[in-house]
Design a protein around this ligand. Structure first.
Ligand code: CP
Length: 302
């Protein structure tokens, strides 16, 4: 049996050359027709937290390459209801012989330890606030597709960076591509430690951006009142609307990983702005996830 390829839990191994190779696979796939059956191999999607984009794009990518997707969703009737732990659920599904487990779960689950213990390849589909590597890959692919080489480009992250697993994965990958990550948010939404420039004046940050990446205010992760910036106050100072993006370069991209809080971090009018890439991100999400699955199946995910 060939050596097991590493799980995809973070992006620390994605050097510039690995990212470039990955982009060329995604570009090729965008022009190819979906391919056939994979001899009954299956992929289990275990979503212990809610998802629309990630779950359905993995499911779609799996169908496109003939990999049978099976689903365990926290909202379904399952033995979670009878008190079975998430760890036991993962170990039991792993015992069913799937090629991959795509898992979304809370920070408290030790995915690293579980991934080492089981045979299927584990793909992090959103792990608490620790990371969301496939989202960051589809984001950087979308940036690269629209802007070309990202070296020297300024990517402004706007909003609840502290609680964002998407931002956490971008911290691992954007600097490898030579891009600068700039943070724009109120103090309470900044991470305790980070290596980035902070610009808290929205018009100044907007004017510098090659990419303006708005993040969802993660109200469900705000355990303490200190994070509860009044929504109206936040919207006034940091919300994206046609007025607040007036200074944006014509070549700059407006992005958001979704789901969007309309009228908090972004107004609906911005979603149909010609520079807005939100649905392009979703479309690329399918192809990027297909590329990841194919690279694993070809034994090339070293
Ligand atoms: N961006 C993202 O992870 O969306 P979902 O929560 O819908 O999967």
């Amino acid at each position: 049996m060939p050596p097991k390829q590493p799980s995809l839990l973070d992006l620390k191994s994605f050097t510039q050359s690995k990212i470039r190779e990955f982009f060329s696979v995604v570009e090729r796939l965008k022009t190819e027709k979906p391919q056939g059956q994979l001899h009954g191999q299956t992929i289990a999607l275990l979503f212990f937290e809610a998802s629309t984009r990630t779950r359905m794009s993995f499911e779609t990518a799996a169908y496109r390459i003939g990999l049978g997707p099976v689903l365990l969703d926290a909202g379904m009737k399952s033995s979670l209801e009878k008190g079975e732990s998430i760890e036991d659920s993962i170990l039991n599904v792993a015992a069913m012989g799937h090629a991959f487990l795509v898992i979304r779960c809370a920070d408290q689950i030790d995915l690293q330890a579980i991934a080492q213990r089981i045979q299927p390849i584990v793909i992090n589909a959103g792990w608490g606030a620790k990371g969301h590597p496939t989202q960051a890959l589809l984001d950087v692919f979308t940036m690269h597709e629209k802007l070309g080489d990202l070296a020297g480009k300024k990517v402004v992250f706007l909003g609840d960076i502290r609680h964002s697993r998407v931002a956490a994965s971008h911290f691992e990958i954007l600097s490898n591509l030579g891009a600068e990550m700039i943070l724009c948010s109120p103090d309470e939404y900044l991470p305790d430690q980070h290596p980035c420039r902070v610009i808290q004046d929205l018009p100044q940050a907007v004017a510098q951006a090659d990419v303006l990446m708005a993040l969802r205010c993660q109200f469900e992760r705000h355990e303490s009142k200190k994070y509860q910036s009044a929504k109206e106050e936040y919207r006034k100072k940091f919300g994206l609307n046609l007025q607040s993006i007036r200074g944006l370069k014509k070549s700059a991209l407006i992005m958001h990983p979704g789901p969007v809080n309309h009228g908090i971090e972004i107004e609906t009018e911005v979603m149909s702005h010609p520079q807005c890439q939100i649905l392009a991100q979703v479309a690329n999400g399918v192809i990027v996830r297909e590329a990841i699955l194919r690279l694993y199946l070809e034994g090339k995910m070293k």
